[in-house]
Write a protein of this length. Sequence first.
Length: 489
Amino acid sequence: MSISPTGRSHPERHHPTDEQRLASLQSEFGVSPPGSLRGDASDDDSMQPLPQRPSTTLLQVQDALRDALPESPDMIRARHDALAAKIRLDQLSERRPRCVSHSSAAMDDSSHSCAQVSMDESRTRFDKVQEEEPESWEGAARIYEYGSAANPELPKVPVVVHPASLHESGATRVIPFDLSELLGGQGPCTSPNLMASYVRIVVGESITTQAKATSQAYYVIRGSGSTSSEHGVVKWATGDLFVVPKTDGSLQHSCSSAEAHDGAALYWIHDQPLLDYLGVRPDEVKFPPALFTRSKLLETVEEIRHGPGMEHANRLGVLLGNASTEKTTKTLTHVMWSLLNSIGPHTVQKPHRHNSVALDMAVAAPWPHGKVYTLMGRELDANGNVVDPIRVDWADGSVFVTPPGWWHSHHNESDSTAWVLPIQDAGLYTHQRTLDIRFADDEIELHRQGRIRGTAFNITNKQYLEVVSTHQAALDAADNDVPNFNYGL
Ligand SMILES: [Fe+2]
């Protein structure tokens, strides 16, 4: 279901209020959300004039629609469409005066088309806008004192668990892990850049998913089946992972069998929140779709386990890459990153940290519950242990969030190997040279030497000077008017 924010009516003749738009959305849904969506508390519209500016917030709209609607896949998509429509309406409302004086190319056919404005009207409004424009531009500018604004207060990424029980029963549906109310996202999101959901598919049934994303990853928690899209058909089974690039249409997932709980479960992550933040749509297919089978992943882990120098390694894992990133970031996609990581019995993987947010799928947490866990926190003590940690106990098929920059150590006190599959936006960070992954032992050793480093990006001063001198030599050889930058050296 899609929702059109307005008709094609002339903006001066009919410009629906926000309440009318919401009523239209509610009518299309066939529901009447509880409570007032307006900012004031009055139930008597006759006594309270409608506000000039929209008094609703996106979260209020989201709350109301969520409360009123069952979480079926169609309803979730409809809710997302409603949010997108609301955002679009607000943007158009703020842009409308500029529509007259600037190109109509920026306005789509669901908005107030410039072509429908008469020349006289256009001229009058153009003159008015020309007078207002300088003031408008200055009105939007903000200037802050550096020290007080360089590290602004933003909603913190929380440590939250999305339990496996959500995908172990019930109807075929998408089960979003939506933390946008905590994070202040412009749409559903689990971290600022990524959205994670479970997709439950009852045996013999199908479901479609769709995202405005450059990258989508699906890890098969349980079950067997297939997924078809404009990229072709892929068959999957428990433990497999597949990725798809920009997809204009939807993906249709069908479940043929499941070893438990009468249905398959997929762990679905995409980067639509990043695109929402940027205000863009994906334009290019940036990588070929890829499938990682469970057997191939485990076979590779075994090869590494028996490799030289791995006898006493307590960190045994494989990074998942793509042919398109082989010569660059070596990541799952150009945005996303994933690792299949094993923690041997009675083993501790000492703390590490990175700037990306990890959305960790506990693939296998040996019984009994509580024997495998992660400790996480902002600081290390002198021995490299996490100070005042938060503990997250693993449970098979559950997901937990590891905030950016937090130190985290994995602990396995059971008699069996535990497995975790973090999916992150670390492809993007790696491209930016800002992932900054650090390991506790390295940092403690540096600290003992009385040194603090600014980055874990591995380049020495000598190498840096060589890079600069090589670049300078190339400029000199070009023998043209290129300015002779010396980078302050
Ligand atoms: Fe990590």
